[in-house]
Design a protein around this ligand. Sequence first.
Ligand code: SAM
Length: 289
Amino acid sequence: MNESDKKTRALSAKALLAAFDLKPKKSKGQNFLADPATALACVNRADLSPDDVVLEIGPGLGALTIPMSDVVKQVIAVEWDSNLVRVLTHQVESMDIKNVEILNQDILKTDIREIAVRAGSNLVVMANLPYNISSQVLIRLIQSRELFKKAALMFQTELAQRIMAEPGNKDYGRITVLAQYTSQIRVLYSLGPAHFHPKPKVDSQVLEFRFKKPDPAVDEDILFAVVKAAFSKRRKTLKNALSNGELPLTGELAQTALGQAGIDPMRRAETLSVDEFVVLSQAVASVMP
Ligand code: SAM
């Protein structure tokens, strides 16, 4: 890389947007990592290996993409906004980077399985997620978790707290149980609004997910349906919540399943541990007509 390339690489988000005469789109969660030093620190914290292929969701101006391309085998970057694809393509080409593939697509419509087949066994997901789609993206990743080695995802701190919540906490909910059942999760780091351009109103946190292998003794469709039913009426007792129509259970069958699982039917969803949800789903499977 020559000196002028290095300078381009080190441009802040603000300077890059100005150079390409672009304005961030609020509706697409476009809060870019403001400076290259922070982006580099984020990449270092992700502990990536030379064999990894990264699926990056929402690369934006390439703050993470470009430093990642130095340390991994390949980056496959999925960006919805064609203007940003233009900037990123220019950046990658001007730095003569050969291991970045840019797909101008909506991640919610992307065939992740096809990317995984091309990537082989070391697919890692990295995403500074647009906040409006972060739950949906996480659920999609969980549903195809056998494809990934790990994921490092940035969330609004409020959602990160819901994902990491303990039973009995007001933040404990459906997304908590889905995430904790399927993954080993840890906080990698936190970033305040000053690290972004434009500054968001909220703090952000990056969580690392190491996905667990599915347990053959658990029917996940039933487990996830039980969790959905239980939390869709979180103020109701479990007996009422489980027989409210999400599942083919009468009040009597719900009571039997709860009895079999050793769970008091008067308890509420937010008090059940992840393990109790698993036992309950097995009991529900055994009484379902
Ligand atoms: N990774 C960059 C960074 O850290 O500076 C940008 C992060 S910004 C919070 C989110 C990015 O996701 C934006 O570039 C936005 O255009 C993109 N995006 C939003 N919705 C998307 C979608 N459905 N599919 C793919 N990318 C999307």
